[in-house]
Design a protein around this ligand. Structure first.
Ligand code: FES
Ligand code: FES
Length: 183
């Protein structure tokens, strides 16, 4: 069965016809040619496909595209523009990954960056993780970042630099793009 949907992708409305079994990841990559979300496992295990949907991080390989009709989806490609960074500037999280040398092959990086932006929004809202200690205000220490980013695997094991990158961007990262959009 086919369905027509309109999804705001990186700030641009995109209309497409999808099979109702098509995942958001496949719709983005194969129909819209938005390839920054990567297909690592296609089973919700690696985080390489992470995008923001209405401001929340989601695994696009586990979401049916048809459920995203009317949603605002942001990928690593649109993070800076939709996040209202100055023209030509990277999003602070992207810049932090470069500054901290937080990648090797880069395959996991778009998902890591998007996930980190969504994670900081969750942290700012006061959502606890399994290791949140209860200190006030809560600390975004190494254990906290590692736990909250544990859904994003890096086969190059760049974790030692990913954590400082996320911490570096924490004070400056703008609000998660798409936050507050109904859906
Ligand atoms: Fe989606 Fe691995 S491709 S979690
Ligand atoms: Fe290679 Fe993470 S940088 S998988």
């Amino acid at each position: 069965m086919k369905s027509e949907i309109t999804v705001q992708v990186d700030g641009t409305p995109r209309r497409l016809t999808v099979d109702t079994r098509t995942t958001l990841l496949d719709a983005l990559r194969e129909q819209l040619e938005v390839t920054s979300p990567k297909k690592g496992c296609d089973h919700g295990q690696c985080g390489a496909c992470t995008v923001l949907s209405n401001g929340q991080r989601v695994l696009s390989c586990l979401i049916l595209a048809v459920t995203q009709d009317g949603a605002q989806v942001v990928t690593a490609e649109g993070l800076a523009a939709v996040g209202q960074c100055a023209e030509g500037d990277l999003h602070p999280m992207q810049q932090a990954f470069i500054d901290c040398d937080a990648f090797q092959c880069g395959y996991c990086t778009p998902g890591q960056v998007v996930s980190a932006v969504g994670m900081l929004e969750e942290f700012a809202r006061g959502w606890p993780s399994a290791v949140t200690s209860g200190t006030q205000p809560p600390l975004l220490d190494r254990a906290e970042v590692a736990e909250r980013m544990s859904g994003n695997l890096c086969r190059c094991a760049a974790y030692v630099n990913i954590v400082p990158a996320v911490q570096q961007a924490a004070p400056t990262a703008p609000q998660a793009p798409g936050k507050g959009v109904a859906g």
